[in-house]
Design a protein around this ligand. Sequence first.
Ligand code: UD1
Length: 339
Amino acid sequence: MSKILVTGGCGYIGSHTIVELQQAGFEVVSIDDNSCSEPWVMDRVQNITGISCTNHPINLCDMPALRAFFAAHTDISGVIHFAAFKSVGESSTNPLKYFYNNLLGQINLMQCVQDFKIPHLVFSSSCTVYGNPEQLPVTEESPMQEPESPYGRTKVIGEAMLRDLVKVAPVQVIALRYFNPVGAHPTNEIGEYILGVPSYLLPYITQTAIGKREKLTVFGGDYPTRDGTCIRDYIHVCDIARAHVNAIQYLQRGAAQAAFEVFNLGSGLGQTVLEMIASFEKVTGLKLNYQVGDRRAGDVVAVYANNRKAREVLGWELQFDLDAMMATSWAWEQRLARE
Ligand code: UD1
């Protein structure tokens, strides 16, 4: 059995990925300092899979601790790196916090990957690297643009550092560019924990519907789109998670075409904000309190993925449609309200 290290394993995408890895037969160990997550998420993972996963509460910026971890786990055959701060707004007010944590953490991890000769690494990147694209859908060859936030910059730099690392270290790397991950595990055991007021659309919708927020503001109704609201590519978190298993399996069977490859992880469909609201109302039978307001600074008009490369090269299959994204998001919000 192959042992995979997941960094950020107690987080939203990390925890769902551990489930998929365990169900695919991988042994998994996690590093997560729980600065933005709860340690008992691992119990929930075990509730789903029946398999335990040990989390080591190490901060990736603590190089001595990280090195000691790798020295004690010489059987790790691959790393999936999620652990990073992800609040776009906070990154703009405190860029150094993001540069320090996300970049130094990644540098330390890359140093260990190089020193301990770990052959495979999968990196969490983001569609934010495409900025406001000129052509839709975006392919992996679409030009990268100047990042809109320091958070986005850590993803662009993160990819660039890995491109350079593979030239000198015996490691093959896949960067997965996530579009907009939403939804929760169908068992309703794990989902996204939102700290404070959500900035993302779907948690804002579900928190409004449950009564935690009074009203959703739709950011801008005068964009050049079919109904005037922005278009994004929403993708179920379990589909995102499974792509990491596909990526590791692809690397392990020696199929990699290059030492560094990138793949888009999106549904391939673009939804407007109003279409998302309509879909939520249809699936739940609820009426959402919302109004169209001003545009949000930094928002791109429209972005959605061409996901052909991930499907054809990695063998990735999407299993959750928009209705399932809405249904699992809503079930999760209701569970949070009960706890
Ligand atoms: C956000 C980040 C982006 C990051 C991406 C994925 C910002 C400005 N952008 O993008 O950098 O790469 O997540 O992590 O934070 N919306 C509303 N009302 C709300 C919330 C959102 O109308 O209360 C709209 C937004 O204007 C947007 C859509 O819903 O059109 C999705 O918003 P969001 O969930 O924040 O994701 P992104 O804008 O794609």
